[in-house]
Design a protein around this ligand. Structure first.
Ligand code: SF4
Length: 448
């Protein structure tokens, strides 16, 4: 009989949650590797907004409406208001659990007969969802090993071990850790690598697929954890990724796909261009999105035209600040001249409004309101749709120690304080009121 692996993506506890292509990408890759290696694999996605059991239970409840979805892979999911945890009582927002209700999740987990359970983790401050899943697994499958991996597990390994209490925490890229642990559990170890190819299960993609061409990012921005999670930049294989997307599209009919790349445009002539040409030649009518933002510096006429021909529905770009000194200090990834050049090209291609959007970073330690305001204003004047990326401190990044010193919260002890909704880096130069005020400068300018 085949060994059985149960993969679980946890629910989210937060003040707000919007599914902008949030998919259990790591689990889907591991799931494919296990399935190819002879495992029976099942996936429970706690954020599934169409779960039939939850729908059935909620239908008819006064005032309830199904979670709204956009139709291209994003939208809301089930939610339930809860009392805030003690640490967050002073934040005047509604603490909410997002996902399939716990009792229904418990029944789904109980119905499985796994030999090993793998749980994913993402944001550090979403650990309560991971802890809930580990507890449910312990309750329904005592004695079955529970492994937690992913971003939170990598960045806060000790916290995950102590607070969530799985049998094993896998930090960093999954392959080595998983191989060792499967072996120690007495389970077969599949050969080969964990590739970018993913398990095909509709519940893993919901109504929009995800893909990644390149692994990691060659930049080292002081506020970002990309290198801690993927230490190397590894260019992807365009032919292999095209074959997978074709297979996924044929199997599911999904037409909307989000790139999970941190550096999609790096090495573009060798990776992105051939991938897009194969998409165009295939005749598939797909729409592509870039929720992680792309590098403005690498955009030019040829790149933009190819992306548009292949079906890019929007350009979300990492602008961060209008101040060249900011980029010299923090990331070195863009200059004001790059930005003007790219916005001019996008305008001639009719990419206006929210189809040409930039992220402006706000809330870094010691950052002044005037810098954020200037950045939002300049970006809007150039015709960009502005989105504020409100800084969340991330353990292990170059800005972490400075963030810990500047915050009034014990960031190193309680990850719930990493949540930007608590305004962890509020100071007199940029207050909670300033941030709320500056949000009025996001979106399109009246002139565009
Ligand atoms: S912010 Fe973007 S460019 Fe900078 S290191 Fe992170 S992923 Fe790379």
């Amino acid at each position: 009989m085949k060994p059985a692996a149960l993969l679980i993506a946890p629910p989210v506890y937060d003040f707000a949650f919007y599914d902008l292509f949030v998919r259990p990408y790591g689990l889907l890759r591991i799931g494919h590797w296990l399935e190819e290696g002879g495992y029976k694999v099942n996936l429970i996605n706690s954020l599934d907004p169409r779960d039939s059991e939850t729908m059935e239970r909620q239908t008819g409840v006064s005032g309830w409406t199904p979670p709204g979805r956009t139709g291209h892979g994003t939208g809301k999911t089930f939610r339930r208001r809860l009392e805030s945890p003690e640490a967050l009582k002073s934040t005047p927002r509604a603490w909410t659990r997002y996902g399939i209700p716990e009792e229904i999740l418990g029944r789904k987990i109980a119905a499985e007969q796994p030999d090993v359970i793998l749980v994913s983790s993402t944001m550090t401050y979403w650990y309560p969802g991971v802890r809930e899943i580990v507890r449910l697994c312990r309750k329904h499958h005592p004695g079955i090993p529970v492994v937690v991996g992913g971003i939170y597990a990598t960045l806060m390994t000790d916290h995950c071990r102590d607070i969530c209490e799985p049998d094993v925490v896998v930090a960093g890229p999954a392959l080595t850790g998983l191989k060792v642990n499967l072996d120690s559990f007495g389970l077969p170890v599949p050969g080969g690598e964990i590739t970018e190819e993913c398990l095909i299960r509709p519940v893993g993609y919901l109504d929009g697929g995800v893909l990644r061409l390149n692994e990691g990012c060659p930049f080292a921005c002081r506020y970002c954890a990309s290198r801690l999670i993927d230490p190397r930049f590894v260019p992807g294989d365009p032919d292999r990724q095209f074959s997978f997307i074709k297979k996924l599209h044929d199997a599911t009919g999904l037409a909307n796909y989000a790139f999970y790349d941190d550096a999609l445009l790096v090495n573009k002539e060798q990776v992105l261009f051939p991938f897009l040409r194969r998409i165009i030649d295939s005749g598939m009518k797909l729409s592509f999105y870039t929720p992680n933002a792309i590098h403005i510096r690498h955009l030019d006429e040829e790149t933009i035209d190819l992306m548009l021909a292949a079906g890019f529905a929007e350009f979300r770009m990492g602008y961060e600040s209008a101040d060249d000194a900011f980029h010299e200090r923090m990331d070195g990834k863009i200059t004001a001249a790059d930005f003007s050049r790219v916005m001019a090209i996008l305008k001639t291609r009719g990419m206006t409004g929210d189809r040409a959007a930039v992220y402006v970073l706000a809330g870094l330690p010691g950052q002044y309101r005037s810098e954020v305001e200037e950045s939002l204003t300049r970006a809007r004047e150039a015709g960009a749709f502005t989105r504020m990326a409100h800084y969340s401190p991330v353990p292990g990044t170059a800005l972490w120690a400075e963030s810990c010193r500047a915050s009034r919260y014990p960031l190193d002890k309680e990850p719930l304080f990493h949540n930007n909704s608590v305004f962890p880096l509020e100071w007199e130069g940029l207050t909670r009121g300033d941030i709320l005020d500056l949000k009025k400068l996001t979106g399109s300018s009246a002139a565009t």
